[in-house]
Ligand binder design. Sequence first.
Ligand SMILES: [Zn+2]
Length: 435
Amino acid sequence: MSEATSQDAVASDAQPVFAPWALDAAQEIMDRCDKLAEFSDMEGGIERTYLSPEMDQVYTLVGEWMRSAGLTVHRDPAGNLIGHVEGRTPGLPALILGSHLDTVPDAGKYDGILGVITGLAVAKQLIASGEAAKLPFSLDVVAFGDEEGVRYGATLLGSYALAGKWKDEWLQLRDKNGMSMSEAFTSFGLDPSKVRDAAYTREQAVGYLEFHIEQGPILEQRDRALSSVSSIAAASRYVVSVDGESRHIATPYDLRKDALTSAAEMIEAIDRISQAAGTRANVGGLSTLPGGVNVIASNATFTLDLRAGTNELRDEVYGRIWQAFDEVAAKRGVSYSKRCIHTADAMICDEFLRGCIEQGIVEAEQKEAFGLISYPGHDGMAVGELLPIAMLYVRCKGGISHNPGESVRLDDVAYGADAFSRAVLAVARAQEAKE
Ligand SMILES: [Zn+2]
């Protein structure tokens, strides 16, 4: 990663340098994101979930946009929407441009949606300019039906299906109204026994590129529109239970085994260790027993989520955290146990594809490109289990996401569309050079 230079400051005051088509495309992208925000099953906000009637309506509309741009359109057996463009000869493996059209409750307009619609805009431009017909691969613009996992708890369902990692047990999960996923497939017009047919083979695709809002403040702090992603963070989640002894408040301090003050000291240690290591940790849940105002807590149980750019860093930081916990427990006369409830390895972006993304950024912005660690999870995590992946990040206001206040700038989207298109052409040039 490189720091911003003085040249950046000059360039940000200069006239935009993105390709002329990109500004019109960006306006259309913004208008389309506004339009899709109207399809919601939540009163007064945006919420769109897997296999829902709103997703069906959105697929119909996006499918029309795809067809009018010259793509052929189908829904895959996992409930994803795919627009296809042939390359220089029919039947070539695809470069996939993907993201998701589902949302969290009370969502913004851009998380996932911007990536799908920008992927479509790039395909449209490449068709219109005649460049698509010269590509040494085909293009698949993929809209995943589930990334957020809101309806069934399990996440990344669309992208896991594409990557061949579908689990049939998911079909038995039920939504809050008691409808099983299997029933939801049927009501969506799909056969739940065929979901696995959505899988690509390694030979069917050359790779996967995803355009996404940053969902963090770094690009804004650096006064930059775009970056690549170096890796999608490794994550592990634990529930930690601290056991002490419930005693009267009258107990002198040297005789106490206070589970809650011990937990407080442990949580402070997490914060200190994670900050020093440059990782991201959060303790979002805490409960105590017995919970009396004049009773020393016998138990404190809290959650812990830690994300790091690499598996090694995550494991090293956890090592330091457990060591700090051991010291707190010894000092305060309590014991603790920990239970891992989730773990996901880091997804390192493919060096070649990331290079193509960065080439696109350099050409579009005429500035140096750099990579950021993605602390949020993305479809690329799942697709990366089958294919090489890379991501292009675009600045969002204040880093705010999963919130109706999500906001992106028109000129940033123009730079992003231009860079994404140039990244596709960079992949093509590199592939042709190898042939
Ligand atoms: Zn997303």
